[in-house]
Design a protein around this ligand. Structure first.
Ligand code: AMP
Ligand code: ZN
Length: 115
């Protein structure tokens, strides 16, 4: 838990969010500035700054984040139509919140490559 981390504050309930799915270790909530009809952020409750750090130090937890993203696909009804998972990491990817989060995007056709 990091007191100045907005996603840690969502975990503790001091910042409001629209929760979609929750397990003992993972929370999924709707992005404030959605880029697709389904745009959910899937985060570990434990603070890790980025996906590489989580994968190295807590690989089981990294798997739990992916399992939760799959569950969100079912909840939002996009399992059959498809979806995109994105972990922005560091400066070139324009990461703005340094608590690892998986963007789960769906319910529209995606372009490739991303901008
Ligand atoms: P990133 O650029 O990958 O770090 O993305 C951070 C994402 O967090 C952006 O899509 C923001 O819209 C989203 N975001 C920031 N603060 C909140 C919040 N309080 N509740 C929901 N989404 C948020
Ligand atoms: Zn945090």
């Amino acid at each position: 838990m990091s007191a100045d981390c907005v996603f840690c504050r969502i975990v503790t309930g001091t910042v409001p969010a629209t929760i979609v799915h929750e397990t003992g270790s993972v929370l999924a909530f709707r992005d404030l500035n959605p880029q697709a009809p389904t745009h959910v952020l899937v985060i570990p409750k434990e603070h890790h700054p980025d996906v590489g750090s989580m994968a190295r130090t807590a690989p089981t937890l990294a798997g739990e984040v992916l399992t939760a993203a799959d569950e969100v696909a079912t909840i939002d009804g996009v399992r059959d139509s498809g979806y995109r998972l994105v972990f922005n990491t560091g400066r070139d990817a324009n990461q703005t919140v340094f608590h690892v989060h998986c963007h789960m995007l769906g319910a529209r056709t995606m372009t490739w490559p991303p901008g």
